[in-house]
Design a protein around this ligand. Structure first.
Ligand code: GAP
Length: 537
C-alpha cells in the first residue's frame, strides 16, 4: 500500500522530523522546505545510492561538483535567458499570479475569470555578484546543474583522458522562481537534481537514449518504487525543450497524480556546440546561437578518424526531492497489527462523526481548510477499520486543532491505534534513515542499559550504519515508533541477554525484530554486526 493522500505524508514528515516548511517561524517562504534529522538521512541515502550506481559501479563515468554561480554568459548561450519562461497571468480581482497553463481560465483562489493576458516570465533567480551594484554585475542561481557539466567538459576530458562514450555525473542544488510552487516538495523553488550528461558519437545517440531509459527505470525499481507506479512518457514534438531531439519522462504515481520524476533527453550536440568558439568549423547538427565569447571548442579528438567531434549528449535528469517524495509515498503503509473489535471502533466512529459535523458548521475555518478536513474525514470514515491511523493526519491539517471536539476524537483514537495499528515506512534497508534501533527491555536496569549502550557503540563504530539507542517508552511503543520512521531492525536487550533469564542458552544473545514481518529472532551478540550487514546488503 502506498500513501493515499499528500496530507498523510506531510503530517508524518513534520511530526517525525523528515521535512519542515521553510522559515516557518516568520510565516514561511513559499516553495521552500527544510529537511529535518530523518529527512537529511533519507535524502543523503538516495543520493548515495544514485552516485554508487552511476559513478562507482560504472567504468564510463566521472563525477564533478560545479559552482552554483556561473558567468552569466553561460545562461545566454545555454538558451535559458530567452527560453526558460513560463506563461503567467494575474487575477485582476485578488491580484494573485498563476501559471497560465495550469489553470483553466479561472483564478483557483477567488474563482474570478478576469485574468490578464498571458505574459512570459523567466524562472531564473537573478542575483548581484560583487559589492558594486553595477547593472552588468549580475548572474543567476543555476536553474539546472547540467550547464556546470557542459562548461567543464574539456577540463574533465583533458584531466582523465576519457574516450567516447563516457559520462559526467553531478548532484546539486538548482533554483527556479516557480510561479505556483505546490504539492509539498514536488514543485519547489530550491531543489536538488541528480544529472548525468552522457557523451556519445553522433549516430549512436538514439541507441544510448533507449539504453538510458531502461537503465533509469531499473534503478528506480532497485530503490523500491514499484513498476505499476512508474510510467515512461514519450514527449510529443511540440512539448520538447529547445535543446532536445527526443525526451522520455519517467512519470510516478504521486499522491496528487501521475507526474514527472525524471526526464531523459537526447540533447544532440546543442550544448557543447552552443558553448564553443568557431562553431562554423564544427559541422554542428543542432541550430545554435552564434557564440562570440567562448574561448575553446568543446570537442573530442577521435584518434581513429583523426577528426574533432562534437559529441551528442544523452541526459538522464532526476529530481532528488521528487525522488524523496516518491520513496516516502511508495513506502508508506497503515497496517492493522490485529483486528480491533467492533466495540472499540464504535466510540471512535461516533467521535469522528461529531468532529466532522462540528468542522462543517465551523464559521471561523477558511473554506479551503474546511473542505480538506471534511474530505479527508469522510474518506477515513468510509473505511474506518483500515484507515484509523489516518486520523492523526486529519487532526494535523490546518485548522483542525481549533475544532472543539478535536481533543475528544484524539482521546478516543490514540489508545485504539496504540493497541491495534501501526504506520510503517517500508524503505529498502539501504535507504532507511536509521538502520538499527537498540532498545533496552528495562530502562532502569543498569546491566541491561549498559549492555544495550555497548552494542549501540560497537555498531556505530563500524561506520556502516546509523544506529540509535531509545529508552523513551515501553517496548511495544518503541517498535511502533521505529516502524513509523522506517527502521528495518530493532535490537532488544533483555534479561536473557545478561544470562539472567529462564533459558541459560540465550545468554549473550539479543532479539532482532524485523520491521516488515514483525518477526523476531535471537542472534548471538558477537555475530550481530555480520548478521545486520548481510541483511542490509
Ligand atoms: N537539465 C534538464 C532539466 O533540468 P527538467 O525536466 O527541467 O530538466 C529535471 O528537470 C528534473 O528536476 C525533473 O524531472 C524534476 O524531477 C526536477 N525538478 C524540476 N523542477 C523542479 C521543481 N520546481 N521542484 C522540484 N523538482 C524539480
Amino acid at each position: 500500500m502506498a500513501a493515499q493522500t499528500m496530507e498523510q505524508l506531510v503530517s508524518l514528515c513534520k511530526r517525525r522530523g523528515f521535512i519542515f516548511p521553510g522559515s516557518a517561524i516568520y510565516g514561511g517562504l513559499q516553495g521552500t522546505y527544510d529537511y529535518g534529522p530523518l529527512g537529511v538521512e533519507l535524502k543523503n541515502n538516495l543520493k548515495l545510492a544514485w552516485w554508487r550506481a552511476n559513478v562507482w559501479e560504472r567504468d564510463d563515468m566521472e563525477g564533478i561538483d560545479a559552482a552554483i554561480l556561473m558567468n552569466k554568459l553561460t545562461w545566454r548561450y545555454s538558451g535559458h535567458e530567452d527560453t526558460f519562461v513560463d506563461p503567467m497571468v494575474d487575477c485582476k480581482a485578488c491580484k494573485l499570479r498563476w501559471r497560465a497553463d495550469q489553470i483553466s481560465g479561472k483564478c483557483p483562489s477567488c474563482g474570478s475569470t478576469e485574468l490578464t493576458d498571458p505574459r512570459p516570465f523567466n524562472l531564473m533567480f537573478k542575483t548581484q555578484v560583487g559589492p558594486v551594484p553595477d547593472p552588468e554585475s549580475f548572474s543567476y542561481l543555476r536553474p539546472e546543474t547540467a550547464q556546470g557539466i557542459f562548461v567543464n567538459f574539456k577540463h574533465v576530458l583533458d584531466s582523465t583522458s576519457r574516450k567516447l562514450p563516457f559520462g559526467i555525473a553531478q548532484i546539486g542544488k538548482a533554483f527556479r522562481n516557480e510561479i505556483t510552487p505546490r504539492n509539498f516538495i514536488f514543485r519547489v523553488r530550491e531543489f536538488e537534481q541528480m544529472e548525468i550528461e552522457f557523451f556519445v558519437r553522433p549516430g549512436e545517440d538514439e541507441r544510448w537514449h533507449e539504453k538510458w531509459v531502461q537503465d533509469r527505470i531499473d534503478w528506480w525499481l532497485s530503490v523500491g518504487l514499484s513498476r505499476q507506479n512508474l510510467e515512461p512518457y514519450h514527449q510529443k514534438k511540440e512539448e520538447l525543450a529547445h535543446y532536445a531531439k527526443a525526451t522520455v519522462d519517467l512519470l510516478y504515481r504521486f499522491p496528487h497524480g501521475l507526474e514527472e520524476l525524471e526526464g531523459i533527453a537526447n540533447r544532440t550536440d546543442y550544448d557543447l556546440g552552443s558553448h564553443s568558439r568557431d562553431q562554423g568549423s564544427l559541422g554542428l547538427r543542432a541550430r545554435v546561437s552564434p557564440n562570440a565569447h567562448a574561448t575553446d571548442k568543446l570537442t573530442w579528438f577521435d584518434p581513429d578518424s583523426k577528426q574533432h567531434v562534437v559529441p551528442f549528449v544523452v541526459e538522464p535528469s532526476a529530481g532528488v526531492d521528487r525522488g524523496v517524495l516518491a520513496l516516502l509515498s511508495e513506502a508508506y503503509a497503515e497496517e492493522q497489527v490485529k483486528p480491533a473489535p467492533a466495540e472499540r471502533l464504535k466510540p471512535v466512529e461516533e467521535a469522528l462523526a461529531t468532529f466532522l459535523r462540528s468542522a462543517a458548521r465551523n464559521e471561523k475555518l477558511p473554506a479551503a481548510a474546511k473542505d480538506a478536513i471534511v474530505a479527508e474525514g469522510e474518506r477515513i470514515a468510509q473505511g474506518l477499520g483500515e484507515r484509523l491511523p489516518s486520523i492523526a493526519g486529519l487532526l494535523s491539517l490546518p485548522g483542525a486543532d481549533g475544532i472543539e471536539v478535536a481533543k475528544k476524537l484524539r482521546g478516543q483514537v490514540d489508545p485504539v491505534i496504540d493497541e491495534f495499528y501501526r504506520t510503517v515506512l517500508h524503505f529498502k534497508p539501504h535507504l532507511a534513515p536509521i538502520k538499527v534501533a537498540v532498545l533496552p527491555l528495562k530502562k532502569n536496569h543498569a546491566g541491561i542499559v549498559g549492555t544495550a549502550k555497548g552494542i549501540r557503540r560497537t555498531l556505530q563504530a563500524t561506520g556502516a550504519m546509523r544506529v540509535v539507542y531509545d529508552d523513551t517508552g515501553a517496548i511495544g511503543k518503541l517498535y511502533r515508533r521505529q516502524d513509523e520512521i522506517g527502521t528495518p531492525f530493532c535490537v532488544t536487550v533483555d534479561f536473557d541477554t545478561l544470562g539472567e533469564g529462564k533459558d541459560a542458552a540465550l545468554a549473550n544473545t539479543v532479539t532482532v525484530r524485523h520491521r516488515d514481518t514483525m518477526a523476531q529472532e535471537r542472534v548471538a551478540v558477537p555475530e550481530l554486526e555480520a548478521y545486520l550487514r548481510e541483511k542490509m546488503r
